[in-house]
Design a protein around this ligand. Structure first.
Ligand code: ATP
Length: 319
Protein backbone atom coordinates (compact mmCIF):
# COMPACT_ATOMS: atom_id res chain seq x y z
CA UNK A 1 0.00 0.00 0.00
CA UNK A 2 1.45 3.36 -1.07
CA UNK A 3 -1.41 5.84 -0.90
CA UNK A 4 -4.18 6.25 1.65
CA UNK A 5 -6.86 8.88 2.27
CA UNK A 6 -8.70 10.26 5.28
CA UNK A 7 -12.10 11.92 5.68
CA UNK A 8 -14.39 13.13 8.46
CA UNK A 9 -18.12 12.44 8.26
CA UNK A 10 -21.35 12.95 10.20
CA UNK A 11 -21.53 15.27 13.21
CA UNK A 12 -18.27 16.99 14.09
CA UNK A 13 -16.59 16.12 17.38
CA UNK A 14 -13.64 17.60 19.27
CA UNK A 15 -10.57 15.50 18.54
CA UNK A 16 -11.31 14.95 14.85
CA UNK A 17 -8.46 17.29 13.90
CA UNK A 18 -6.04 15.51 16.21
CA UNK A 19 -7.04 12.23 14.53
CA UNK A 20 -6.54 13.66 11.03
CA UNK A 21 -3.09 14.85 12.10
CA UNK A 22 -2.21 11.44 13.47
CA UNK A 23 -3.31 9.62 10.29
CA UNK A 24 -1.31 12.00 8.10
CA UNK A 25 1.84 12.02 10.22
CA UNK A 26 1.82 8.29 10.93
CA UNK A 27 1.15 7.61 7.25
CA UNK A 28 4.07 9.78 6.17
CA UNK A 29 6.26 8.24 8.88
CA UNK A 30 5.48 4.84 7.36
CA UNK A 31 6.42 6.09 3.88
CA UNK A 32 2.88 6.56 2.55
CA UNK A 33 1.36 9.36 0.57
CA UNK A 34 -1.72 10.64 2.41
CA UNK A 35 -4.69 12.42 0.84
CA UNK A 36 -7.35 14.49 2.57
CA UNK A 37 -10.94 14.27 1.35
CA UNK A 38 -13.00 17.39 1.99
CA UNK A 39 -16.68 17.40 3.06
CA UNK A 40 -16.98 13.72 3.95
CA UNK A 41 -18.52 11.19 1.60
CA UNK A 42 -20.02 13.96 -0.53
CA UNK A 43 -16.55 15.34 -1.22
CA UNK A 44 -15.34 11.83 -2.00
CA UNK A 45 -18.04 11.38 -4.63
CA UNK A 46 -17.26 14.86 -6.01
CA UNK A 47 -13.50 14.26 -6.05
CA UNK A 48 -12.54 16.94 -3.51
CA UNK A 49 -9.31 15.12 -2.73
CA UNK A 50 -5.93 16.74 -2.10
CA UNK A 51 -2.55 15.53 -0.94
CA UNK A 52 -1.68 16.43 2.65
CA UNK A 53 1.81 17.03 4.02
CA UNK A 54 3.14 16.81 7.57
CA UNK A 55 3.07 20.60 7.62
CA UNK A 56 -0.50 20.91 6.38
CA UNK A 57 -1.78 19.31 9.57
CA UNK A 58 0.33 21.52 11.83
CA UNK A 59 -1.42 23.77 14.36
CA UNK A 60 -4.67 21.78 14.33
CA UNK A 61 -4.28 19.33 17.24
CA UNK A 62 -5.81 21.89 19.62
CA UNK A 63 -8.73 22.91 17.41
CA UNK A 64 -12.34 21.72 17.65
CA UNK A 65 -14.39 20.86 14.55
CA UNK A 66 -12.67 19.39 11.51
CA UNK A 67 -10.38 21.14 9.02
CA UNK A 68 -11.49 18.60 6.39
CA UNK A 69 -15.07 19.64 7.10
CA UNK A 70 -17.94 17.18 7.27
CA UNK A 71 -21.27 16.45 5.63
CA UNK A 72 -24.26 14.16 5.55
CA UNK A 73 -24.44 12.49 2.15
CA UNK A 74 -27.59 10.54 1.21
CA UNK A 75 -26.08 9.58 -2.17
CA UNK A 76 -23.43 7.50 -0.42
CA UNK A 77 -26.16 5.23 0.92
CA UNK A 78 -26.77 4.07 -2.67
CA UNK A 79 -24.59 1.57 -4.51
CA UNK A 80 -24.28 3.97 -7.44
CA UNK A 81 -22.97 6.70 -5.13
CA UNK A 82 -20.41 4.37 -3.59
CA UNK A 83 -19.25 3.23 -7.04
CA UNK A 84 -18.53 6.85 -7.95
CA UNK A 85 -16.60 7.19 -4.68
CA UNK A 86 -14.45 4.12 -5.32
CA UNK A 87 -13.76 5.33 -8.86
CA UNK A 88 -12.43 8.63 -7.47
CA UNK A 89 -10.11 6.76 -5.12
CA UNK A 90 -8.84 4.26 -7.69
CA UNK A 91 -8.25 7.03 -10.26
CA UNK A 92 -5.67 8.49 -7.86
CA UNK A 93 -4.15 5.15 -6.91
CA UNK A 94 -5.47 5.39 -3.36
CA UNK A 95 -5.68 1.93 -1.79
CA UNK A 96 -7.02 2.51 1.71
CA UNK A 97 -9.38 4.90 3.49
CA UNK A 98 -9.65 6.08 7.09
CA UNK A 99 -13.16 7.25 8.00
CA UNK A 100 -13.41 9.41 11.12
CA UNK A 101 -17.03 9.66 12.27
CA UNK A 102 -19.99 8.10 14.02
CA UNK A 103 -22.00 4.93 13.43
CA UNK A 104 -23.65 6.19 10.23
CA UNK A 105 -20.21 6.90 8.80
CA UNK A 106 -19.12 3.43 9.89
CA UNK A 107 -22.00 1.88 7.94
CA UNK A 108 -20.64 3.64 4.88
CA UNK A 109 -17.12 2.36 5.63
CA UNK A 110 -18.46 -1.18 6.07
CA UNK A 111 -20.28 -1.01 2.74
CA UNK A 112 -17.10 0.15 0.97
CA UNK A 113 -15.07 -2.61 2.60
CA UNK A 114 -17.65 -5.21 1.58
CA UNK A 115 -17.38 -3.89 -1.98
CA UNK A 116 -13.63 -4.57 -1.86
CA UNK A 117 -12.22 -1.18 -0.88
CA UNK A 118 -10.22 -1.35 2.39
CA UNK A 119 -11.57 1.02 5.07
CA UNK A 120 -10.85 1.58 8.75
CA UNK A 121 -13.20 3.53 11.04
CA UNK A 122 -12.06 5.90 13.79
CA UNK A 123 -14.93 6.50 16.25
CA UNK A 124 -15.61 10.20 16.71
CA UNK A 125 -18.88 11.37 18.21
CA UNK A 126 -19.73 13.10 21.45
CA UNK A 127 -22.54 10.56 21.94
CA UNK A 128 -20.13 7.70 22.85
CA UNK A 129 -22.60 5.38 21.15
CA UNK A 130 -20.38 3.04 19.15
CA UNK A 131 -20.47 -0.59 20.19
CA UNK A 132 -17.12 -2.17 20.89
CA UNK A 133 -15.17 0.84 22.11
CA UNK A 134 -15.30 2.20 25.63
CA UNK A 135 -14.77 5.75 24.35
CA UNK A 136 -15.30 7.74 21.19
CA UNK A 137 -13.41 10.91 20.30
CA UNK A 138 -15.16 14.02 21.57
CA UNK A 139 -16.97 12.37 24.44
CA UNK A 140 -14.53 13.53 27.10
CA UNK A 141 -14.48 17.11 25.83
CA UNK A 142 -18.27 17.27 25.59
CA UNK A 143 -18.55 15.73 29.04
CA UNK A 144 -16.41 18.50 30.49
CA UNK A 145 -18.42 21.13 28.63
CA UNK A 146 -21.65 19.78 30.14
CA UNK A 147 -20.14 19.52 33.63
CA UNK A 148 -19.00 23.13 33.39
CA UNK A 149 -22.54 24.18 32.40
CA UNK A 150 -24.11 22.19 35.25
CA UNK A 151 -21.73 23.78 37.76
CA UNK A 152 -22.75 27.23 36.56
CA UNK A 153 -26.45 26.42 36.57
CA UNK A 154 -26.06 25.05 40.09
CA UNK A 155 -24.94 28.50 41.33
CA UNK A 156 -28.24 29.99 40.21
CA UNK A 157 -30.25 26.98 41.32
CA UNK A 158 -28.83 27.32 44.83
CA UNK A 159 -29.13 31.10 45.02
CA UNK A 160 -32.78 31.02 44.01
CA UNK A 161 -33.64 27.64 45.54
CA UNK A 162 -34.86 26.38 42.21
CA UNK A 163 -35.20 23.11 40.37
CA UNK A 164 -33.38 23.09 37.05
CA UNK A 165 -33.71 20.70 34.16
CA UNK A 166 -30.68 20.42 31.88
CA UNK A 167 -31.24 18.83 28.46
CA UNK A 168 -28.15 17.06 27.18
CA UNK A 169 -27.30 15.71 23.70
CA UNK A 170 -26.61 12.06 22.91
CA UNK A 171 -29.21 11.01 20.36
CA UNK A 172 -30.35 7.53 21.39
CA UNK A 173 -27.52 7.11 23.90
CA UNK A 174 -27.45 8.24 27.51
CA UNK A 175 -23.69 8.22 28.20
CA UNK A 176 -23.18 11.96 28.06
CA UNK A 177 -26.18 12.63 30.31
CA UNK A 178 -25.24 9.85 32.71
CA UNK A 179 -21.58 10.73 33.11
CA UNK A 180 -22.27 14.47 33.30
CA UNK A 181 -25.09 13.86 35.78
CA UNK A 182 -22.87 11.78 38.05
CA UNK A 183 -19.96 14.23 37.79
CA UNK A 184 -22.26 17.22 38.28
CA UNK A 185 -24.05 15.73 41.27
CA UNK A 186 -27.48 15.73 39.62
CA UNK A 187 -30.40 14.48 41.69
CA UNK A 188 -32.08 12.70 38.82
CA UNK A 189 -30.75 11.46 35.47
CA UNK A 190 -33.02 10.31 32.68
CA UNK A 191 -31.43 8.18 29.95
CA UNK A 192 -33.00 6.24 27.08
CA UNK A 193 -31.46 2.95 28.22
CA UNK A 194 -33.57 2.98 31.40
CA UNK A 195 -37.28 3.62 31.90
CA UNK A 196 -38.41 6.38 34.23
CA UNK A 197 -41.41 7.09 36.38
CA UNK A 198 -42.60 10.66 36.84
CA UNK A 199 -44.14 9.80 40.22
CA UNK A 200 -40.79 8.52 41.48
CA UNK A 201 -39.02 11.70 40.28
CA UNK A 202 -41.57 13.81 42.12
CA UNK A 203 -41.03 11.69 45.24
CA UNK A 204 -37.27 12.22 45.08
CA UNK A 205 -37.68 15.96 44.63
CA UNK A 206 -40.00 16.16 47.63
CA UNK A 207 -37.71 13.98 49.73
CA UNK A 208 -34.77 16.26 48.90
CA UNK A 209 -36.73 19.35 49.81
CA UNK A 210 -37.81 17.79 53.11
CA UNK A 211 -34.22 17.18 54.10
CA UNK A 212 -33.37 20.81 53.39
CA UNK A 213 -31.93 20.75 49.88
CA UNK A 214 -31.65 24.22 48.42
CA UNK A 215 -31.83 23.17 44.80
CA UNK A 216 -32.29 20.24 42.50
CA UNK A 217 -30.74 19.47 39.14
CA UNK A 218 -32.34 17.02 36.75
CA UNK A 219 -30.47 15.86 33.67
CA UNK A 220 -32.47 14.59 30.73
CA UNK A 221 -30.90 12.98 27.67
CA UNK A 222 -32.44 14.23 24.43
CA UNK A 223 -33.23 10.62 23.49
CA UNK A 224 -35.76 10.42 26.35
CA UNK A 225 -37.68 13.66 25.81
CA UNK A 226 -37.05 17.39 25.69
CA UNK A 227 -36.36 19.37 28.82
CA UNK A 228 -39.55 21.29 28.19
CA UNK A 229 -41.59 18.09 28.05
CA UNK A 230 -40.17 17.02 31.38
CA UNK A 231 -40.93 20.44 32.85
CA UNK A 232 -44.55 20.19 31.68
CA UNK A 233 -44.80 16.67 33.06
CA UNK A 234 -43.62 17.76 36.52
CA UNK A 235 -45.98 20.73 36.49
CA UNK A 236 -48.96 18.57 35.49
CA UNK A 237 -48.09 15.74 37.86
CA UNK A 238 -47.34 17.71 41.02
CA UNK A 239 -47.36 21.44 40.30
CA UNK A 240 -43.54 21.53 40.49
CA UNK A 241 -42.07 24.61 38.85
CA UNK A 242 -38.74 24.18 37.07
CA UNK A 243 -36.38 26.11 34.82
CA UNK A 244 -35.12 24.47 31.65
CA UNK A 245 -31.69 24.84 30.12
CA UNK A 246 -31.05 23.30 26.70
CA UNK A 247 -27.29 23.14 26.17
CA UNK A 248 -27.51 22.48 22.42
CA UNK A 249 -24.57 22.78 20.07
CA UNK A 250 -22.09 24.20 22.58
CA UNK A 251 -21.65 20.52 23.48
CA UNK A 252 -20.23 19.71 20.06
CA UNK A 253 -17.57 22.38 19.82
CA UNK A 254 -14.53 23.59 21.67
CA UNK A 255 -10.90 22.78 22.23
CA UNK A 256 -10.44 19.02 22.65
CA UNK A 257 -9.44 17.84 26.11
CA UNK A 258 -6.02 16.33 26.69
CA UNK A 259 -7.62 12.92 26.89
CA UNK A 260 -9.35 13.33 23.52
CA UNK A 261 -6.13 14.53 21.88
CA UNK A 262 -4.17 11.55 23.14
CA UNK A 263 -6.97 9.14 22.21
CA UNK A 264 -7.18 10.72 18.73
CA UNK A 265 -3.42 10.39 18.26
CA UNK A 266 -3.51 6.72 19.24
CA UNK A 267 -6.64 5.94 17.20
CA UNK A 268 -5.32 7.68 14.07
CA UNK A 269 -2.00 5.86 14.23
CA UNK A 270 -3.69 2.51 14.87
CA UNK A 271 -5.94 3.04 11.84
CA UNK A 272 -2.88 3.41 9.60
CA UNK A 273 -1.27 0.34 11.17
CA UNK A 274 -4.43 -1.69 10.52
CA UNK A 275 -4.51 -0.67 6.86
CA UNK A 276 -0.83 -1.49 6.42
CA UNK A 277 -1.34 -4.88 8.06
CA UNK A 278 -4.17 -5.63 5.63
CA UNK A 279 -6.90 -5.54 8.30
CA UNK A 280 -9.67 -3.82 6.37
CA UNK A 281 -13.29 -3.47 7.44
CA UNK A 282 -12.30 -2.80 11.03
CA UNK A 283 -12.97 -0.08 13.59
CA UNK A 284 -10.35 1.24 15.95
CA UNK A 285 -11.31 1.51 19.60
CA UNK A 286 -10.31 1.38 23.22
CA UNK A 287 -11.26 -1.51 25.45
CA UNK A 288 -10.03 -1.89 29.03
CA UNK A 289 -7.42 0.84 28.43
CA UNK A 290 -5.92 -0.88 25.39
CA UNK A 291 -6.16 0.40 21.82
CA UNK A 292 -7.65 -2.29 19.60
CA UNK A 293 -9.16 -2.82 16.19
CA UNK A 294 -12.12 -5.11 15.64
CA UNK A 295 -14.52 -5.99 12.80
CA UNK A 296 -16.89 -3.18 11.80
CA UNK A 297 -19.67 -5.77 11.73
CA UNK A 298 -19.42 -5.96 15.56
CA UNK A 299 -20.46 -2.32 15.78
CA UNK A 300 -23.85 -3.29 14.37
CA UNK A 301 -24.54 -6.79 15.67
CA UNK A 302 -25.38 -5.71 19.22
CA UNK A 303 -22.28 -7.23 20.78
CA UNK A 304 -20.33 -5.38 23.49
CA UNK A 305 -23.34 -3.55 24.90
CA UNK A 306 -22.33 -1.11 27.64
CA UNK A 307 -22.51 -1.87 31.31
CA UNK A 308 -24.89 0.56 33.00
CA UNK A 309 -23.68 0.02 36.54
CA UNK A 310 -22.98 3.74 36.69
CA UNK A 311 -26.71 4.42 36.41
CA UNK A 312 -27.46 2.31 39.47
CA UNK A 313 -24.67 4.06 41.35
CA UNK A 314 -26.08 7.47 40.40
CA UNK A 315 -29.32 6.50 42.15
CA UNK A 316 -27.47 5.39 45.26
CA UNK A 317 -25.48 8.61 45.48
CA UNK A 318 -28.30 11.04 44.87
CA UNK A 319 -30.46 10.20 47.88
P1 ATP B 1 -23.04 11.32 14.38
O1 ATP B 1 -23.16 10.12 15.29
O2 ATP B 1 -22.19 12.36 14.96
O3 ATP B 1 -24.33 11.80 13.83
P2 ATP B 1 -22.68 9.71 12.05
O4 ATP B 1 -21.46 9.24 11.35
O5 ATP B 1 -23.51 8.66 12.70
O6 ATP B 1 -22.21 10.82 13.08
P3 ATP B 1 -24.68 10.05 10.00
O7 ATP B 1 -25.32 11.27 9.45
O8 ATP B 1 -25.54 8.99 10.55
O9 ATP B 1 -23.59 10.55 11.04
O10 ATP B 1 -23.81 9.37 8.83
C1 ATP B 1 -22.86 10.12 8.09
C2 ATP B 1 -22.88 9.69 6.66
O11 ATP B 1 -22.53 8.31 6.55
C3 ATP B 1 -24.24 9.77 5.97
O12 ATP B 1 -24.56 11.07 5.55
C4 ATP B 1 -24.02 8.84 4.79
O13 ATP B 1 -23.28 9.47 3.77
C5 ATP B 1 -23.14 7.74 5.41
N1 ATP B 1 -24.00 6.59 5.77
C6 ATP B 1 -24.87 6.52 6.80
N2 ATP B 1 -25.53 5.34 6.80
C7 ATP B 1 -25.08 4.66 5.73
C8 ATP B 1 -25.37 3.38 5.15
N3 ATP B 1 -26.28 2.56 5.70
N4 ATP B 1 -24.70 3.02 4.04
C9 ATP B 1 -23.80 3.83 3.49
N5 ATP B 1 -23.48 5.04 3.95
C10 ATP B 1 -24.10 5.46 5.06
Amino acid sequence: MKKIAVLTSGGDAPGMNAAIRAVVRKGIYEGLEVFGIYNGYQGLIDGKIEPLTAGSVGDIIQRGGTVLRSSRCPEFKTEAGRKKAVAQLRERGIEGLVVIGGDGSFRGALELSKAGFPCVGVPATIDNDINGTDYTLGFDTALNTVIDAIDKIRDTATSHERTFIVEVMGRDAGDLALWAGVAGGAETILIPERSHDLGEIVGRLKQGKDRGKKHSILIVAEGVMTGQELASGLMDEAGIETRVSVLGHIQRGGTPSGRDRVLASRFGARAVEALLAGRAGVAVGMRNHAVIDYPLTEVFDGRNAKDLGLYDLSKELSI
